[in-house]
Ligand binder design. Structure first.
Ligand code: IVH
Length: 697
């Protein structure tokens, strides 16, 4: 897409633009080109050349220029992905060419058969195939007219789909414009697949679970569901990606020759890549004859788990478009392509019963017990079914046949129950009204789907809290493990979190399976954990709604963990991304005497409750000065600005008081500004003035 020379030129233009204090309207087109170039580096090549901060600065400069010069806005400007308001509905639109599906093959015979028929119908002795991954997402169709993206649609029934252009524009790997005209094309319809990569899917599910919501079964559902969200901003946040793999229709530009690249499928993948799309250009393989194809598919299946996104097979396409036309299609699928499906990650099993488990926050989770079944090399015999609403929605009953899916390293989920094969003996799942462990009455908060045991001394909760504390993402005490925590707890050797640091190793030595070596390892893992950074400790405490990200925000905000005892609810809500729900939970946690006692005990036992960074950065430019940010800053993210203050030895305050030296004000500043105006000693400054105080900016 970008040659070496172009890359060099755009990179030096980038540097020049970053250095400029003020970018003028003359430079608007260059600024747009530079931004498009960096989007391509980031979203298509996965190889950014500038920092997110620098990109954001340039993007904001473009926004500003366009706001000042509305006539200069173009429909394919990088700013035009952003949509205001909610989508009312998604109108039905016809595809220019029906979106067919592929016939499937599950074994070598099917593939040999496909090849034999293709050779017979074309009179060829050996066929050249293009083989590429079969992306497991939601299929889309895109229309470009005169180089501009004009429409995006879902597959729908294959003939008509839903028009989702605004949501499609949120996907940064789909260019808003592409120079099809250079290839002689005027109107072009493209097919592709929208996906969410495994990493982002995992993060998204973690967020759902942190909010007490059930996770999604697989990335495919997450992608398909996201495409139909009515708030485009929310779509933008979900980090969707798109691969395009087919030009299904085009009209030609008068007087221009159509590129010969389009004569082969591999050629069109190359053209799409050159135009800035993410096509499987680097993942495709052109092979002579079906034997080489079969070998390649088998090899590729072994790499399946190493890919960042899910694929459920390979697609084998006759490469020569003339031969494709000769082969034509049935009413369902083309005769020139076939999907070679990988081993299924779905299976059916019988729901034998339901157990109710109590988690560390007291949430009672139903767990389906299943007839053991193998999926993708793992035997599954129990699966969380989340909560009462989930059970009702899926209409799960004991004795049901259920469809199970295990997508990659995702926790297995029940996709649905097979209601068609019920024999009348299936039984409803009855939710208990008492805690299955401590027998106290269960409660459900309004608007929540989860029943809870509210007895914080419930042994099930205590043991789960200890397990969470030691877990990998928390204090990461290796060698401890769930089983050991449970064992020590049952034997009375461990009764609470501080007890981890006061274990009686002599008694443990008497237990079966504990030799000198394993005790030594356990002891040093526990000791090492005392030095874990504050954010891990905060996460490990298991405060409700406080995930790893919030824990980091909290750790950054104080010098000492117990400073939170003096934080008001408002102080907490002034911190990044902390709303009333999360703030309320943190507030109550630090108002609870037992929790404070536990934290003090941990400090006595040698755990670090201080924030190192805050301690060290005392000598900088801003030493002794305190800052607070309010409103939306023109170029900086709140966290970046706060980071700059801390890196230069300054302090961030959580609220307006006479202790505050500087209030940095952005757009839509609210009550903090009003409050600060009443205190004479506070200097109210803009972001630009703030930046002047920071060296090297
Ligand atoms: S080609 C006429 N290529 O699989 C040819 N499809 O079961 C149409 N898919 O609806 C499809 N990766 O959503 C093609 N590399 C790929 C694909 C792919 C995923 C999906 C597509 C299609 C379904 C067919």
């Amino acid at each position: 897409m970008y040659s070496k020379e172009q890359t060099k030129k755009l990179q030096s233009e980038t540097t020049a633009l970053i250095k400029k204090k003020e970018i003028g309207a003359k430079e608007i087109e260059s600024l747009r080109d530079v931004l498009r170039f960096h989007e391509h580096r980031y979203y298509i090549l996965n190889d950014p050349l500038i920092s997110d901060f620098e990109y954001d600065q340039l993007y904001k400069a473009l926004e500003k220029l366009e706001a000042e010069n509305p006539k200069l806005v173009t429909p394919d400007s990088p700013t035009q992905r952003v949509a205001k308001g909610l989508t009312k509905d998604f109108p039905t639109v016809p595809h220019l060419v029906p979106m067919l599906s592929l016939s499937n093959s599950y074994n070598t015979e099917d593939l040999l058969d496909f090849d034999r028929k293709a050779r017979e119908l074309t009179d060829e002795t050996k066929i050249e195939y293009c083989v590429e991954p079969k992306f497991d997402g939601a299929s889309i169709s895109l229309i470009y007219e005169n180089d501009l993206l004009v429409r995006g649609a879902t597959r729908g029934d294959g003939v008509e789909g839903d028009e989702i252009t605004t949501n499609i524009k949120q996907i940064k790997s789909i260019p808003l414009s592409a120079k099809f005209s250079e290839y002689g094309l005027e109107t072009v319809e493209i097919r592709g697949e929208v996906l969410i990569n495994k990493n982002n899917f995992k993060k998204y599910n973690e967020q759902l679970m942190e909010q007490g919501l059930p996770p999604l079964a697989n990335p495919r559902n997450a992608a398909a569901g996201t495409l139909r969200i009515k708030d485009p901003k929310e779509v933008g946040k979900r980090s969707l990606e798109a691969f395009v793999y087919n030009i299904s229709y085009f009209t030609t530009l008068r007087g221009k020759k159509v590129s010969s690249g389009l004569d082969t499928h591999s050629g069109s993948l190359e053209i799409l890549w050159e135009l800035g799309f993410r096509s499987p250009q680097q993942d495709k393989k052109v092979l002579e004859g079906i034997d080489a194809v079969i070998k390649h598919c088998n090899e590729y299946e072994l790499m399946r788990d190493d890919l960042p996104y899910e694929i459920d097979g390979m697609v084998i396409k006759v490469n020569d478009v003339e031969l494709q036309d000769k082969l034509g299609m049935t009413s369902h699928h083309p005769r020139w392509a076939i999907a070679c499906k990988f081993k299924a990650r779905q299976a059916t099993s019988k729901l034998l019963g339901v157990e109710f488990q109590v988690g560390r926050t007291g949430a009672v989770t139903p767990v389906a017990k299943l007839e053991p079944v193998g999926i993708g090399g793992v035997t599954v015999s129990s699966i969380s079914i989340h909560n009462e609403d989930y059970i009702r929605e899926k209409d799960l009953r004991i004795g049901d046949q259920v469809l199970i899916e295990r997508a990659g390293d995702v926790i297995p989920q029940i996709v649905k129950s097979l209601a068609e094969v019920r024999n009348g003996k299936q039984k409803k799942i009855v939710f208990p009204d008492q805690c299955p462990v401590c027998k106290s009455k269960l409660f459900k908060e309004e608007g929540e789907a989860v029943w809870r045991c509210v007895n914080i001394e419930c042994p099930a909760q205590v043991v789960e809290r200890i397990i969470h504390f030691t877990s990998k993402d928390a204090m990461d005490i290796r060698g401890f493990g769930d089983a050991n925590v449970r064992k020590f707890f049952d034997l009375g050797l461990l009764t609470d979190i501080p007890g981890i640091y006061e274990l009686d190793y002599e008694k443990i030595g008497e237990l079966e399976g504990f030799g000198e070596r394993s005790i030594g390892n356990l002891q040093s893992a526990i000791n090492n954990s005392k030095n874990q950074p504050l954010n891990r400790l905060i996460y490990a405490l298991g405060i409700r709604f406080v995930g790893e990200t919030t824990a980091k925000t909290l750790a950054r905000s104080v010098k000492h963990l117990l400073d939170f005892q003096n934080y008001s609810l408002e102080d907490l809500q002034n911190l990044e991304d902390i709303g009333p729900k999360v703030g309320g939970s943190i507030y109550h946690f630090f108002r609870n005497k037992d929790n404070i006692r536990m934290i003090q005990q941990l400090e006595k036992l040698g755990l670090k409750l201080k924030n190192d960074k805050k301690e060290h950065a005392t000598g900088g430019n801003l030493a002794g000065q305190s800052f607070l940010f309010t409103g939306t800053l023109p170029t900086l993210k709140r966290s970046e600005a706060e980071g700059m203050v801390e890196a230069n030895g300054g302090q961030i305050l959580s609220g307006v008081s006479s202790k505050l030296n500087y209030l940095v004000v952005g757009e839509d500043a609210g009550s903090k500004l009003e409050k600060a105006k009443k205190i004479n000693s506070i200097k109210i400054i803009s972001e630009a003035e703030f930046l002047k105080m920071i060296p090297n900016t």
